[in-house]
Structure formats: C-alpha cells, structure tokens
Design a protein around this ligand. Structure first.
Ligand SMILES: Cc1ncc(COP(=O)(O)O)c(C=O)c1O
Length: 437
C-alpha cells in the first residue's frame, strides 16, 4: 500500500497516519509522473517514523541512542548494497543523485591529476582530463560536465545517441576515447524516453582499453536513477566503478547513495565536502539516520518484489499504449519506441499529432486535462520554456512531433481504470484544442 500524492480515496491505499492532514479531492487526480518522483511506500514511512522516534541519537555516540542509529544505518547500507549487487562498504550515502553524480565527476578530475603525478608528471602543460558522457544525460551530469569544461578544468565529449536506436552506442563511445580520457559516464536508462543504454557493453570495451593502459585507468560510471526499481541492476554485472542511486525514484525518501566498487582500494574516491569523518570521510556530516533507514527499506522492497512491480508496470504501460492507439489511431507517435532498444517497463513518451502546427503541444494538452498529472519532459526543465525536448530531438524525433510530447510514466499502483480515465481525459483535451484552433 502507498501514500499516494494528493488524496486518500481508494480502498487499497494505506490509511493516513494519525494526525495527518487529509486532502479533500473532489475528483481524483491521476498521477502518471513516476519518473519525476514517486510517493513513499507505506512501509518506508513506517521505518522513517520509527527511526525518527527511536534512533534520534548521533550515530557517532557510543551510548544506546547512538548505537541504535548506527545499527540502522548499517542495516540500510547492506540493503542498498544488495539492491545494486555490491558490498555494504561500497555504499556512500549522499543527499541525492545530483550530489552522487557531482562526486564522480570531481573524483575523475582528481584521479587524472594524481595518476599523472604518480607517473612523475606535473600539473602543468596543456593536457586536461578528458571525460566522455552522452548528450541525453540528466542535468546533474550534463551541467557538472559543462561546468568543468567552461572553467577549463576538463575536456568533455558529449557522445550523441543514435537517432535510430536512441541509445549511446558503444562504438561511438570508443571512438571518442583519448589517451587522457579518465571517465566514461553513461546513464543506465533515460528519464524522458525510458530507453535502456548498453552500459555493460560500453564497460566491457572500456575495460579492454584499461587492460592495455599503463598509467591512467578510465573510470566507469552509470547514473541508475531511473533504472532502479524498474529493471534488475547489478553494478558487478554491468562492470561499473560507480553507480548513482536515487531514493525518490523507487518509493523511497529524497536522499541517495553512490555505489563505489571498493572506495579508495579498487576505485579512487575524493570527497566534495570536508568535516567530521562520517561515511569514512568520503561524505562527512552527521548522518540523516531516518532517511537513510527509509532508503534501506525502499531498497529491500525492490529486492523482494522487483519482478512483480516490473510486470505490473509493463502490463499497465502496454495497456495504456493500446488504449492510446485505439482512441487516437494515426495521430499517435510513440517517442520511446526505437528498433532494437529496450525501454523501462513504465515509460510511455508519446505525441498526439494535431490538425495543425502547435495546436497539440504537450504543455497545452496537459493544461487542458482535468485529471492527468504528467509532464512533457524532465521535471527539472519545467521552468525552462515550452521548447521541444533536446533529448527527443537528439533521438531523431522530428521537431513538430517532439513539441507535442507527453511523458507518461506509470507506477506500482496505476490501474487499468486509471489508464481508461487518463485516455478519456486526453481525448477531451485534444477535442477542445482541435476545435478551438
Ligand atoms: C537520471 C537522473 N539522474 C539524476 C537525478 C537527480 O537526482 P536527485 O533529484 O536526487 O538529485 C534524476 C532525477 O531527478 C534523474 O532522473
């Protein structure tokens, strides 16, 4: 059972905790923006609440309140490690995905300079660390990379995704590798299209280069924010050194973690912050025990139920696509469908083509919907303007189609009845816009 955003109307939902404000919903809104964020699973709320009450001590204190907090953190570390196929000591808790991604980029640059120093070279000269990433990454990767480039701290290659497959192809990554390349960072699944990237294949090919290299090893990172809780993820199997974990995408709290394959033993890791030594000084600051405990519970739930969650989301998303095709016929374009590419089970990026230019732009359709809560692209771009998504354009979606895009992402409790209501809502919105043009 879940704490659904907004209201408490369906019988399968958990009762709100005592004393909680219950929203009054005249007509139930239907949330289909689970790639933006997810509500907390009731068991996660329960764990957080218990930790707030019972484990309020400073985890560094040696009396019972502190020891209890420390034990909860350790338990969570084990659960999060299990989620990504790693060891407890490979998990560093962070404030979220943005911080985890920034830590990787910071580490890569530092790793470059230290490797050179170890090889007897100085920091002077005109060689910069070189980083390879893709042109469809989340802003917390894209802007971290651009920041390094703009400030003359790194050279960056943004490898374009294939316009056919919408994937970052391994051969294109390999073609970008230079002697000074120190990091390859490619997301595991895209937040807008849901397309799953060939990270394992990229890692295999980069590792082959690493085996031939003497001085500078290329570090491998994947941002798995959108993949966790939707498809199986194993850092070992993928072959990455770093993997970004974001709690609020899998019904957990708004914190995250970075998986590091043997921090400072097999894989270098340099902190962004300095302080009191917590998280083995990789991420100091008094631990947010309750949220860490909640992240662990959310991870446990995924480890135990992933196949059920994924099967439900896939079945619901396929039903949504069928209903859209049945109602809109030739007007429908699925922007997530690319030959040969896998997509997340829950993501349907779709455009409804209109009677003329700009009539059915995504934002206009959503603003006419009375029940559907969804987005036109990444949540962090909602303030940027109504321009078509760069990610979709990069994937070969024509301008006029990209302008009409809706990102519909279903969740663990989305029902067929929700889908029917959403398609009806869209039909009415489209009729309204088409007749008033
Ligand atoms: C792919 C991806 N990476 C990173 C993030 C950022 O994570 P956070 O919101 O925890 O900073 C998000 C979502 O917001 C995301 O979708």
């Amino acid at each position: 059972s879940l704490f659904l955003p907004g209201c408490w109307t369906t019988s399968e939902q958990a009762s709100p905790p005592q004393g909680c404000f219950v929203h009054d919903c005249p007509e139930r809104e239907i949330y289909m923006d689970y790639n933006a964020t997810t509500p907390l699973e009731a068991e996660v709320v329960q764990t957080i609440s218990e930790a707030l009450w019972e484990a309020w001590g400073n985890p560094s204190s040696s009396y019972p309140a502190g020891l209890k907090a420390k034990a909860m953190i350790q338990q969570s570390r084990e659960s999060v490690a299990r989620l990504v196929g790693g060891q407890a000591q490979d998990i560093i808790f962070t404030s979220g995905g943005t911080e985890a991604n920034n830590m990787v980029f910071h580490t890569a640059v530092e790793h470059f300079w230290r490797s050179r120093e170890a090889a007897g070279q100085t920091r002077h000269g005109n060689v910069l660390p070189h980083i390879i990433t893709s042109n469809v990454e989340h802003d917390s990767v894209k802007l971290a990379a651009e920041h390094l480039r703009t400030n003359g701290k790194a050279d960056v290659t943004f490898v374009s995704v294939s316009r056919e497959s919408a994937r970052v192809e391994a051969q294109d990554v390999m073609a970008a590798v230079r002697p000074n390349t120190c990091l390859v960072s490619v997301m595991l699944a895209n937040n807008e299209t849901g397309v799953v990237m060939p990270v394992q294949q990229i890692c295999e090919q980069v590792q082959a280069v690493n085996r031939r290299r003497q001085e500078l090893r290329i570090l491998l990172h994947t941002d798995a924010a959108q993949a966790l809780g939707k498809i199986p993820v194993s850092a070992r199997h993928l072959g990455v050194d770093f993997l970004t974990i974001v709690g609020h995408k899998f019904y957990g709290p708004r914190i995250g973690a970075l998986y590091v394959d043997g921090p400072n033993s097999r894989t270098p890791l340099y902190p962004l912050l300095f302080g009191g030594g917590q998280e083995r000084s990789f991420r100091p600051g008094t631990e947010n025990t309750a949220m860490i405990a909640g992240l662990g519970k959310a991870a446990e739930l995924v480890s135990a139920h992933l196949s059920d969650y994924a099967a439900h989301m896939q079945e619901t998303r396929l039903y949504l696509e069928d209903r859209l095709k049945a109602v809109f016929g030739d007007q429908i374009r699925f922007n997530s469908h690319h030959p040969g590419s896998d997509i997340l089970p829950n993501t349907c990026n779709v455009s409804i083509l209109g009677p003329g230019f700009q009539v059915l732009e995504g934002w206009k359709v959503l603003s006419r919907c009375t029940r559907l809560l969804a987005s036109v692209g990444a949540a962090c771009h909602t303030h940027s303007s109504n321009r078509p998504s760069q990610v979709l354009l990069s994937c070969g979606v024509p301008d006029a189609v990209a302008a009409n895009a809706l990102r519909l992402s279903v969740g663990r409790t989305t029902t067929r009845a929700d889908v029917d209501a959403v398609v009806e809502d869209l039909k009415e919105a489209v009729q309204l816009l088409s007749t008033s043009c």
